[in-house]
Design a protein around this ligand. Sequence first.
Ligand SMILES: Nc1ncnc2c1ncn2[C@@H]1O[C@H](COP(=O)(O)OP(=O)(O)OP(=O)(O)O)[C@@H](O)[C@H]1O
Ligand SMILES: [Mg+2]
Length: 522
Amino acid sequence: MTSMGFITQEKKKETRTDAIVPINFTHAHAIGQTGCGKTTSFIYPNLAYRIKNKHSILLYDFKGKEHLALKYFAHKYDRENDLIEIGKPWGMKTNLIRIMSPNTLESFVETMIGSDAKDPYWPKSATKLFINVYNVVKILEKIYTSLTINADKNSFLEVLNFDEDLEHNDFVYPNKLSFHSVLFIAQSEESLAAFVSHLSGLTQNIERFFYQCLDNQDKQYAQAALIKKYAKPIKHFMQYKKIVKTTKKRLESYAKVNGENPKISIIMNLLPLNIIANDLTLNTDECNIIDALNEGALISINSRDMSDEFTQGLNKAIFSELSKRSLLSNVQPVSIFIDEAQRIMNKDSDYHLDVLRECKVELFLAYQNAELMKDKLGELKYKALQQNLSSSFYFRNDENSQDFQTSLLQDFESFSSKNSYEKPMVFKPMFLKKETLLQAEQSYLKKQEVYKIFQLEKYEKSCIVIYDKLNFEEDKVILYSIKTDKSSLVPVTNRSHSLAVFDFAKEMYNKAQNDSIKTPNF
Ligand SMILES: Nc1ncnc2c1ncn2[C@@H]1O[C@H](COP(=O)(O)OP(=O)(O)OP(=O)(O)O)[C@@H](O)[C@H]1O
Ligand SMILES: [Mg+2]
């Protein structure tokens, strides 16, 4: 870019109507200080254009407000049914672990744990421990799901249950893969010990289980039909045996309880994963982000309450899963919008933007200045990234960039690759009216039955409901009045929560009644 020389402001400005990047998946970025027009003249027009052109969208919402624009454009182009929100209680739930291949998962866990430069042994061991437990849980789930008869499924659940073994603490092997189920085992000394010590017993029990399945059915089925029916679960059982054989030794060394043992340090390293494991919306099979993107979804991820490590790891996982589409033809175009891009990039990230292009995935990045990015990525990686972003927009910046006098630019003006940086271009901003944004949100919330679920029907016409993590933990949401512009914090009762509480109370009451009959009154 230095070859372009220092372009001075004296050249006349060129007025264009938009900063729309042609659809060729060669990626774009906008740099400029706050308020210079990145969102209104770069992100919004491109977001709208992509939605209009039936792209799938992934939008990271760091400020907690950008989802409104996505909903507004979805409404405008009649794609409301494609909207998916991740990271809110009324959004879609997703089982995050499912979108990650073992390699992707390993690197995600590493990112979440963070590498301890002085002593990488602990985080590395913690990651390995997590992956070892993951492998076993994953194959157990496969056996379970490949069983086709309900009675078999139920007996298999009994096989997984070591609850009644008096020698050990209560322990049940999970039949469902999630961060929650893996971490439940990997993060407690007791469950890890039980997990390992029962493995041999589990293998014998599963063998016996298959024996009984085949024995029970022997009379009813011809041999070929029988083999066909159990071929899949048995194949998974063979894999299970191999996995257990290779991981058992490793797990045994982790599980040895010993005061001097560094196990606790390893386990402690897994703590950052708790934030995912404890979040129901990230451990439930309702929506698979990758499948949804392959099918035309408009996804906003509420990144306001997520740590940078989490968003980085998640994004890395999404990139690497989408990169696998390179051998497929006619794939659904995906546009990814990352405003505040410095929060997602880090030194470990290798973005194979050329591969993403082949897979019809394009990136729109916006950030405030090059220094921020260089700091995050390192000089070399930043340079490589820049070279892979074919469309560039340099908006106003108090400090001139290496090549352009950006300090003299007005709002919505930028030096751009669109005219080969010949002279500053003036872009037309897209100002979205607050009322229309709020109306789009209101219609979305109604569709998700948010007012109904939280018994806020009387506010349905006048307010929108805003989610805030900390307040929601205290059973409160923010009600924002469309008419008066005022917001207030209101307590909410989730109908399904109240039902669960009611059921529990009823059960306890009945139990107490029964006990009082049995227990003599002194
Ligand atoms: N709906 C609107 N009506 C009028 N002015 C607006 C509207 N939206 C934004 N602006 C103004 O347009 C200018 C550019 O805003 P924009 O949000 O595009 O900046 P930005 O570069 O994205 O800033 P940041 O880095 O803080 O996100 C700002 O001065 C802002 O106040
Ligand atoms: Mg902005």
